[in-house]
Design a protein around this ligand. Structure first.
Ligand SMILES: [Zn+2]
Ligand SMILES: [Zn+2]
Length: 351
């Protein structure tokens, strides 16, 4: 095999402009792995910056963080990966700081959070045909999984963390507000825990997708979603609500959809400007309501996400848009991802 020394990658140079460049691959250390990256999905964070909405992330941005691929070569100290293994990528972490040693890798203080490469790029080089990764950030994936679906490891890991914090129990009833990508990933994770899942949504395309996945759907355009949820639960309300859209109305409905006492709300999504929750502390007090926040994922969540994907307990196939783009068409891929109502647009990195 010819030695691979260079990587081709997408870089966002300014709002609305992504281009493909080439650079030398980083040196492989003893704990590193050379990965042939197959697919990277475009997350809101990525196309938000392309649209000019999240420019605080800085330029030049060699972004992308939802990727999967195949191990090509391993460093001499790598133990549990071998060439040919299919993998997806978790967050960088040092493994040595206190947060890492507690299993809170998402709070790592040792990893390079500026994500600034020696040659001045920001980001994780997700949209790249090859990359050198720390072995500890790679999780083995089922080779039968489509690479664009294996790339759901990271978003699903953040969902696993949230569902864990929400303490969902089998046969509980949970509402997911919003049938966008992250809403339906949450809904799948809740279903994998044997919950009854009701999804609320306004947009017709998303309603169809949620139904095609087998969920009960409340069509918000057909009337007050709180009333509809109450009706579906014999007036009782639900055990838990996952809010997967960032707005005040959704947060407020969530509290109203809960059962009389001991209901829980998971605040999964951020919104800009920051949403509020219209309730008062007496209501939380007397109804014994829990408001739970979640963000990011730790290694244990990545491994749980891999187990769900690898065993087919969740199915992401309907959350990948059928039109996929080669790396050379990264501009078209960002444009497609920016159309409202899109599920994940996948960039194929070696085609
Ligand atoms: Zn993401
Ligand atoms: Zn650390």
């Amino acid at each position: 095999m010819e030695e691979i020394k260079k990587m081709k990658f997408s870089v966002l140079t300014e709002k609305g402009h992504a281009e493909v460049r080439e650079r030398n691959l980083p040196e492989m250390g003893p704990d590193d792995v050379l990965v042939k990256q197959l697919a990277c999905n475009i997350c809101t964070t990525d196309y938000g910056q392309w649209l000019g909405l999240r420019e605080h992330q800085g330029y030049p941005m060699a972004g992308g963080h939802e990727e999967s691929g195949i191990v090509m070569a391993i460093g001499e100290d790598v133990k549990d990966l071998k060439p040919g293994d299919h993998v997806a990528v978790a967050y960088d972490s040092c493994g040595k700081c206190e947060a890492c040693r507690r299993g809170q890798e998402s709070m790592c203080t040792g990893a390079d959070y500026k994500n600034l490469s020696e040659d001045g790029y920001r980001g994780k080089f997700g949209f790249a045909n090859y990359n050198v990764r720390q072995a500890r950030t790679l999780v083995k994936m089922n080779p039968d999984l489509d690479p664009s679906e294996a790339a759901f490891l990271e978003p699903l890991a953040t969902v696993c963390k949230g569902v864990d914090k929400l303490r969902l129990q089998p046969f509980e009833t949970v509402v997911v507000i919003g049938a966008g990508t992250m809403g339906l990933v949450n809904a799948q994770a809740a279903k994998a825990r044997n919950c009854r899942v009701i999804v609320t949504e306004l947009m017709e395309k998303k309603i169809q997708t949620a139904r095609a996945m087998g969920f009960e759907v409340v069509d918000v355009s057909a009337g007050d979603p709180v009333e509809q949820v109450k009706k579906l639960t014999d007036g009782k309300g639900v055990d838990a609500v996952i809010v997967a859209v960032g707005n005040t109305g959704a947060n407020t409905q969530a509290v109203q959809m809960l059962k009389k006492v001991d209901g829980r709300v998971l605040l999964f999504a951020a919104g800009y400007p920051a949403p509020r929750i219209e309730t008062d502390s007496n209501e939380l007090h007397y109804r014994r309501i829990e408001l739970i926040g979640t963000f990011g994922a730790d290694m244990k969540d990545f491994f749980e996400a891999a187990r769900l994907l690898n065993t087919g307990a969740v199915d992401m196939s309907k959350l990948v848009e059928p039109e996929k783009f080669p790396l050379d068409r990264i501009q078209d891929a960002f444009a497609a991802a920016s159309v409202p109502g899109k599920y994940r647009v996948s960039v194929l990195l070696n085609e």
